[in-house]
Write a protein that binds this ligand. Sequence first.
Ligand SMILES: NC(=O)c1ccc[n+]([C@@H]2O[C@H](COP(=O)([O-])OP(=O)(O)OC[C@H]3O[C@@H](n4cnc5c(N)ncnc54)[C@H](O)[C@@H]3O)[C@@H](O)[C@H]2O)c1
Length: 270
Amino acid sequence: MNNLLKGKKGIIFGALDEKSIAWKVAEESVKNGANIVLTNAPTALRLGSINKLAEKCKCEIIPADATKIEDLENLLDKAMSILSGKVDFILHSIGMSLNVRKKRHYTDLNYDYLIRGFDISALSFHKLLQTAMKKDAINDWGSVLALSYIAAQKTFPSYNDMAENKSFLESIARSFGYHYGKNKKVRINTISQSPTMTTAGSGVKGFDTFFNYAEKMSPLGNADSLNCAKYCVMLFSDYTKMVTMQNLYHDGGFSSMGISDDVIDSLKDN
Ligand SMILES: NC(=O)c1ccc[n+]([C@@H]2O[C@H](COP(=O)([O-])OP(=O)(O)OC[C@H]3O[C@@H](n4cnc5c(N)ncnc54)[C@H](O)[C@@H]3O)[C@@H](O)[C@H]2O)c1
């Protein structure tokens, strides 16, 4: 066991069930010596199995809808009280598109759905950072991460309006990264993760196909959620103090590929 986060305190958003990337990040953070609180939307707390994780991590759960400022204020106040001080790291692991969920095609979007999905998946990151800054809730040299996907840079048609949400999310990391860096030396990054079998991931149309495609394309194969969690721990740790405002690919090499031999082989006529 490493102790990369010994003495550090953190908040983890987005652990719904054992498949969630945030679930693994919570476990790895605690394994590495951190004290954490877990949070998720009130409805997710009813549907998911987060209590099991809280027992395992010996930590408390604070409900918060990440689109509501009053929930975020309450979360940060309670987290600082439970953890006896400001936090050192936060994981934003939140994503949802109503257009994807309701199977609306990208050329036939429902704009109310779009705005709700944008609020949940992207704007919530700005709301979280702004609330944290106003409350001075993050220690100097703290680290904040959000999870993104390469559809922010390249077109994956079935990813639908989540592509726009991820572009906005990555832009917030850069823009807020400047202000939080100047004010408090807090670093803000996004991790662009491989397709991963989770509730949010498998909601995307044709997910199995692009999971398999990415697996064939990436020299190291798809990065799984445990390895993503380990990467998060490193980015929360003091070993990455000067890394900020970056979108960091954690994808087994996928983002640098044009085509791979495995993909060529799979396209050859039999
Ligand atoms: N699974 C993938 O293939 C993949 C790939 C790249 C990036 N990501 C990103 O990783 C992150 C985590 O997703 P996951 O794959 O672990 O799926 P997941 O479904 O386990 O997690 C999504 C979480 O968002 C939470 N959430 C939704 N609305 C919320 C709200 N209003 N307030 C607070 N929380 C809310 C859900 O309750 C859930 O816990 C997302 O940002 C997702 O886009 C996933």
